[in-house]
Structures are given as C-alpha cells and as structure tokens.
Design a protein around this ligand. Structure first.
Ligand SMILES: [Zn+2]
Ligand SMILES: [Zn+2]
Length: 151
C-alpha cells in the first residue's frame, strides 16, 4: 500500500477550511456504524489516525457537527459543513482525519473495519481485519505494528 507523500494538504468541499498533515498515519479504518453512514452520506466513513502533532488546520475555523456528544468532537467546515476530522475525548495521541479531504487519498485504503454489525450487506472494503464493534484495546499495539510493517 502506498504511503502519503508528506506534507499532504487538503480542504473541505468549498475550500474555506484547509488542513495539513506532516506525519504518516498510524492506521486507517472504515467505520460502518449508522452514525458514520449518516454523517458521510455513504455506506461507511474512512478515517486516518494521524499523530496529533502531525495534524493542523491551516485556514478557516472548523465548528462542531454531528451528534455533539460527550465522547467525540466531529469538526466540520462552517460554510459547506463537510465533516473533516474528529477528536476523541481523552485521546491525545492521534486525530481521526477524513483522508478524502486530501489531494491524494490513494494511500488511505482501510486497514481495519469497525462496527460491521451495522454494515450494509452490499458494502465491501479491502480491510484486513473486521470487527463487529471496535477492536479491543489490548489488540491495538499488534494492529499498529502490523499496519506499520505492511507491504
Ligand atoms: Zn467548506
Ligand atoms: Zn462510525
């Protein structure tokens, strides 16, 4: 699987918010949950886990969207409402960035897929690992190592 050429820049649909990553993803994922289906207006969302220090907003001021719950901050463009990235409360190591914002997203094939219990029967991804819910925390170190070593 190709790696992104860094730095990698991207934008929302209208261009009011631009983002940049300067660090390689530690993993990629597809999420089939109903919330992601609605927010992405598609069968599943695609996510790249980017080390927090390697992600920044370079123009515009994203606003909170989605369910606005206590666990997740879904950040969107205030003009076109594109869902661009998500911060998970209590997780400081990485930011969940939507790789389809970037000029190049070929590298973002999902490595794992989550919440397959809500998956649409016709939705197919190339993920190597599938989970009915989310991976147990104890499995993350092995998953990250396998992603880093993948050919
Ligand atoms: Zn926009
Ligand atoms: Zn989801």
């Amino acid at each position: 699987m190709p790696q992104p050429e860094l730095p990698l820049s991207g934008s929302c649909r209208c261009g009011a918010v631009t983002i940049e990553i300067t660090a390689a993803p530690i993993m990629t994922a597809a999420c089939h949950c109903r919330g992601c289906q609605k927010m992405s207006a598609s069968a599943f969302s695609v996510t790249a886990l980017i080390p927090t220090g390697g992600f920044r907003v370079t123009a515009g001021t994203p606003v909170k969207g989605g369910a606005k719950g206590t666990q997740l901050d879904h950040m969107c463009c205030p003009a076109c409402f594109t869902w661009m990235f998500t911060r998970i409360h209590g997780v400081s190591e990485f930011v969940n960035v939507r790789p389809t914002m970037f000029d190049d997203a070929e590298w973002a094939a999902p490595f794992i897929e989550t919440v397959t219990k809500e998956k649409l029967s016709w939705a197919v991804t190339p993920a190597r690992h599938s989970y009915e819910g989310f991976p147990p925390p104890a499995e993350y170190p092995a998953l990250l190592a396998e992603y880093a070593a993948r050919g």
